[in-house]
Design a protein around this ligand. Structure first.
Ligand code: ATP
Length: 514
């Protein structure tokens, strides 16, 4: 199966098993808006708990808040979103499809990079152990040709970005012969800037003064509450404020399932620090966040940093943590050193003094900020796309399994009586359910053969199935089956809880964090 096919199958699987549905489906859906079903919401809540607890419980100096989606419209002037939260869009005149000009160019560059990497892999196979990658890259004519092409386009692109030169974006697209994947033509419109914020109006009179925005990020809710939290929590710098909440962006191109949605959820933490210490904290937060990801056990090789060459208007250092999605390495989380841009601007726009008084040095200053910002939905997609597997079994059959890291799996245990018509088996299975349900999200399942029930639980990623059979009535033992190895063992009912806990307890993940 190609990665593209795998992605399609995954989207269908998410719908079939109640993870994610297209929004308003009975009205043919709404572009790039998705609803979470009965299992999706459990997975999402578990991811949020992992993040929230890692931030607020494991750091004495980080506290959480929950600010509103609606905020004073001046906030978005101060933050720069009214004037600068734009994407460059371009239309193909033949297909009438709309694209982000920057993404077209970046995808083109990524393809050249891929070609170079393929040449290198060929060389590695050819020369075996004596292969010297550095020398090969410096001398192989095919690699050098691609590298020259890459560098030329890359330099033009950086310059166009820095100068915000929209005509040059178009020229690069035309010169590189980048075509629309639908029409296959190079018949492009000019590039225009498009503001991504959704507008609505508040109150009964719809004049300009009542225009408000749906927040495009949760961060500003933290900045405008900086003073409240610092004072009431008697917080001393360095300290952080964390928040999980909805954000809205009128994305131009939204064709990648929950990777790019128009309504999505963010988990953001703003860390307030003394000016001059920001690069040190930036490095520490990079490391901390990468640990959090790798700790989930989805393979360190599936993550990488991508340092920004063009910095956003507010940043003096920025990196993305990219994940190996089915469509390649793409941004999962951003870590930005935002200087005093936000607090400084809110001070100017609101006229209120937003400063920190350092009791040790006696000086006052506007704190600097390092932020970590991750999309909940992208995290859900990372987990699902990594976990989805079709496995060939020894008996010639195959199974679909979601090997979701056990502590964040939506359902932890399925309890099954061997036969649904036997009241004694059903009663004992219910007794086990009634005991476990206080600790774990459990499912009771009595329909179909045990084999079919196992398959159903594999397909939703349940780490444990517990089967009650006739012997259980006498020896008070049950069969516990492990999702990944499919191994089955006979255990005492009284030991079940501790066996399950060892694998599914979120605290174990948290304790593993360095
Ligand atoms: P991209 O370059 O992919 O548009 P971004 O750099 O604009 O993302 P940030 O503004 O840094 O993203 O937002 C922080 C995080 O919020 C991202 O790393 C991502 O996980 C998430 N995010 C941003 N936009 C979306 C979206 N439209 N749908 C889902 N998640 C999103």
């Amino acid at each position: 199966m190609t990665q593209e096919e795998l992605f399609k199958v995954l989207v269908a699987h998410c719908k079939e098993y109640g993870f994610i549905f297209p929004s308003s489906e009975i009205y043919d859906g709404l572009g790039a808006v998705y609803d979470y079903g009965q299992l999706g919401v459990e997975l999402k809540n578990n991811i949020k708990s992992y993040w929230w607890n890692a931030m607020t419980r494991l750091h004495e100096n980080i506290v959480g808040i929950d600010s509103c989606i609606f905020m004073h419209p001046k906030i978005w002037e101060a933050s720069g979103h009214v004037s600068a939260f734009n994407d460059p869009l371009i239309d193909n005149k033949d297909s009438k499809k709309r694209y982000r000009a920057d993404v077209l160019i970046e995808d083109y560059l990524a393809k050249i990079e891929e070609k170079m990497n393929k040449e290198v892999e060929k060389g590695r196979r050819k020369f075996g152990e004596s292969f010297d990658e550095e020398q090969f890259r410096a001398t192989n004519p095919n690699v050098l040709r691609e590298k020259a092409k890459y560098d030329a386009v890359h330099q033009r692109y950086l310059k166009a970005q820095n100068e915000n030169d929209l005509a040059e974006y178009r020229q690069i697209i035309v010169d590189c012969g980048i075509v629309c994947p639908i029409s296959g033509t190079c018949n492009w419109t000019d590039v225009r800037q498009f503001n991504l914020m959704f507008k609505t109006s508040m109150g009964s009179t719809a004049d300009a003064s009542s225009t408000i925005y749906l927040r495009p990020e949760t961060a500003q809710g933290i900045f405008v509450n900086y003073l409240n939290v610092q004072k009431t929590g008697r917080m001393k710098i360095p300290f952080g404020i964390a928040q999980i909440g909805k954000a809205f962006r009128n994305e131009i191109v939204a064709r990648q399932f929950i990777f790019r949605m128009r309504e999505f959820e963010q988990m953001e933490m703003q860390f307030f620090i003394k000016p001059g210490t920001e690069l040190d904290w930036f490095r520490k937060w990079k490391e901390n966040r990468m640990n959090w990801h790798v700790n989930l056990g989805m393979g360190a090789e599936n993550y990488r940093f991508h340092d920004h060459e063009k910095l956003a208007h507010y940043a003096n250092a920025a990196t993305d943590i990219e994940f190996n999605f089915p469509f390649g390495f793409k941004e999962l989380e951003g870590i930005h050193s935002r200087t005093d841009f936000d607090l400084g601007n809110h001070q100017r726009y609101s006229g209120k003094k937003i400063q920190y008084f350092d009791p040790e040095t006696g000086e006052s200053y506007t704190p600097y900020v390092v932020e970590t910002s991750i999309g909940v939905d992208r995290m859900v997609l990372a987990v699902l796309s990594h976990s989805y597997k079709v496995e060939q079994l020894e008996n010639g059959e195959s199974r679909v399994v979601l090997s979701i890291p056990a502590p964040i799996a939506p359902v932890k245990v399925a309890v099954m009586p061997l036969l649904k018509n036997n009241p004694e088996l059903v009663a004992l299975a219910q007794e086990i359910m009634d005991d476990l349900k206080y600790d774990y999200n459990c499912q009771y399942d009595e329909k179909d053969s045990i084999g079919k029930r196992y398959r159903r639980q594999d397909a939703i990623g349940t780490p444990f199935c517990v089967t009650v059979d006739h012997d259980s009535l006498n020896d008070r033992c049950v069969t516990i089956r492990h999702r990944d190895s499919m191994a089955q063992e006979r255990v005492k009912i009284e030991d079940l809880n501790s066996i399950i806990r060892k694998e599914v307890d979120l605290n174990i993940l948290l304790r593993n964090l360095k």
